[in-house]
Design a protein around this ligand. Structure first.
Ligand code: 0O2
Length: 202
């Protein structure tokens, strides 16, 4: 987890110093709690009485170490993912694109399971880390949805579910608008300053 967070922190610093912009709003990391791990094993049909092998657990649960990268724009999400994925010591095991194909409830994010070598006393060990990339709008929605699910213990009333779905679509609409405005601003930046001044005067 720390390995991935450090890589993202270096990318962020490089962007700030060399490109004078920052595609990463913030990065959070978490280790899955034992309760959440147990719940996931039950959901995935893995025995929790101690009879399951480590191999079976490791092959099914890859998000014990999790990192969440919140970016400003959708295009930044793709860009930061690609910058991380092409690093030589990162192996991308699986990608789930819930931005192109949102979940039924409206959840959007780009998930990647990556393996990072961790150098222990006996040599390097490839460790899986789940990295979730999303925009501020996607993160806003997911945080609230998580709280609502927690409050209702998964028995969320139908009208609330419909409201969440609508809110997810509105958040996606906001992302589209912000992306378009950014492209427009970038287009203006590329124009000579006297042309921009003329456009602003109308
Ligand atoms: P936490 O608290 O982050 O540990 P599954 O768990 O079977 O649904 P799987 O195979 O783990 O799915 O992969 P998936 O769905 O790609 O990623 C699961 C993680 O993505 C979740 O982890 C959440 O962090 C996030 N996520 C996925 N779907 C939703 C959603 O509908 N709403 C919100 N708020 N987050 C979601 P955990 O382990 O469930 O939780």
């Amino acid at each position: 987890m720390d390995e991935v967070v450090t890589k993202l922190s270096i990318l962020r610093d490089e962007f700030a110093h060399l490109h004078d912009e920052n595609p990463i709003e913030h990065v959070r990391s978490r280790l899955k709690s034992p309760e959440s791990l147990r719940e996931k094993m039950v959901r995935k049909g893995i025995a929790v009485d101690g009879s399951a092998s480590w191999e079976e657990i490791r092959a099914t649960v890859c998000d014990v170490a999790g990192v969440r990268v919140v970016c400003s724009f959708v295009s930044d999400v793709v860009r930061v993912f690609e910058l991380l994925a092409r690093q030589v010591d990162i192996e991308v095991v699986e990608v789930r694109d819930y931005i192109s194909r949102p979940k039924a409830n409206g959840y959007r994010s780009l998930h990647a399971i990556v393996r990072v070598p961790v150098f222990l006393s006996e040599g390097p060990v490839p460790v899986p880390v789940e990295v979730q990339f999303r925009t501020i709008a996607m993160d806003f929605w997911a945080s609230l949805e998580h709280k609502i699910y927690y409050k209702y213990d998964s028995e969320v009333p139908a009208d609330l579910l419909a409201g969440l779905r609508e809110a997810a679509d509105n958040a996606a609409g906001l992302d589209t608008t912000m992306e378009r405005l950014r492209q427009e601003i970038r287009g203006l930046e590329d124009l000579p300053t006297d042309v921009v001044a003329g456009l602003r005067r109308g």
